[in-house]
Design a protein around this ligand. Structure first.
Ligand code: GTP
Length: 270
């Protein structure tokens, strides 16, 4: 087992201890077959209207199986934002279909895996759920480095968490690579005491160049799977672009080589 995988298993175990409710371990759906979980998610959970970069010819499947070791692509994504905005709840709802009412702040960070199949490519998202508490900020910044995408969350009932989005953007910009994509998530939309409007959220998205703005409720499961499918689609699109660019470059190199050999042949004939 590779070092990273080992670490992942350990942290998952740890997570089961720290987030259990009424001392019951979190079920991990190990008994469900791959097919069951695909149909469960496809029929109940995906709202295709809320997907970005989706076209009707695309085949999307959420593979809810923790034992997957064979995948084509692997991306690291991080969830950041102030403490209590619901980062862990969003991840738990998407990965284990659990909502925890009690608030136990994450210690450091936690790992989760989420698998999405797009067309014939199985993509693994390695989700790093970080803690929003100030005391952990220095530790968390270490984990920004190789992330392909950062999800910045705020709660629509907490103006401070919205104001602090700019500080989180700065953190990402100064600690991760320049290609790191940014998503803005407005969570807890099920609550009646909302103080941040959709317009404010969208304005923040435009002003700061977020790739995507979504409103979620971890409690009701609104948009939680769509969020991670959108992450996958965004990264898949980038990859597709990269592959096409590479193919074009190879093609142009081949043409160039052919031209050169033609030139040499002509030279020899003289
Ligand atoms: P840190 O680990 O400290 O960074 O917090 P966090 O952002 O991970 O917050 P967490 O997921 O632990 O949620 C904090 C509290 O908000 C918990 O009591 C949750 O039950 C509640 N909560 C999270 N998401 C929602 C939501 O969508 N709706 C409602 N009503 N409550 C939510």
């Amino acid at each position: 087992m590779e070092e990273e995988e080992k670490q992942e298993v350990e942290i998952k175990k740890n997570h089961e201890i720290t987030t259990q409710e009424n001392n019951k371990p979190i079920p991990n759906h190990d008994n469900s077959t791959e097919e069951d979980s695909i149909s469960e998610h496809i029929s109940k959970k995906i709202n295709y209207k809320n997907l970005i970069y989706y076209n009707p010819g695309m085949k999307i499947e959420i593979i809810n199986n923790e034992g997957i070791t064979n995948y084509d692509l692997n991306f690291k994504i991080i969830l950041i934002g102030n403490s209590g905005v619901g980062k862990s709840c969003i991840t738990l709802k998407a990965t284990k279909d659990i909502f925890k009412e009690d608030f136990t702040s994450t210690i450091g960070f936690l790992f989760f895996s989420y698998h999405v199949k797009i067309n014939d490519k199985l993509i693994k998202l390695q989700i790093w759920d970080t803690c929003g508490q100030e005391i952990y900020k220095a530790l968390i910044t270490q984990f920004y480095r190789s992330s392909a995408l950062a999800i910045i969350c705020y709660s629509v009932t907490d103006r401070k968490s919205f104001k602090d989005v700019e500080a989180w953007i700065k953190n990402v910009k100064s600690n991760s690579n320049p290609d790191c994509k940014l998503f803005l998530i407005a969570n807890k939309i099920d609550l009646p005491n909302r103080v941040i409007s959709t317009e404010e959220g969208k304005k923040c998205q435009k002003e700061n160049g977020f790739e995507c703005y979504m409103e979620t409720s971890a409690k009701n499961g609104i948009n939680v799977n769509e969020l991670f499918v959108n992450c996958t689609l965004t990264l898949y699109k980038e990859l597709d672009k990269y592959i096409k660019e590479k193919e074009l470059m190879e093609l142009s190199n081949r043409i160039k080589l052919n031209d050169d050999s033609n030139y040499e042949e002509k030279d020899c004939a003289c």
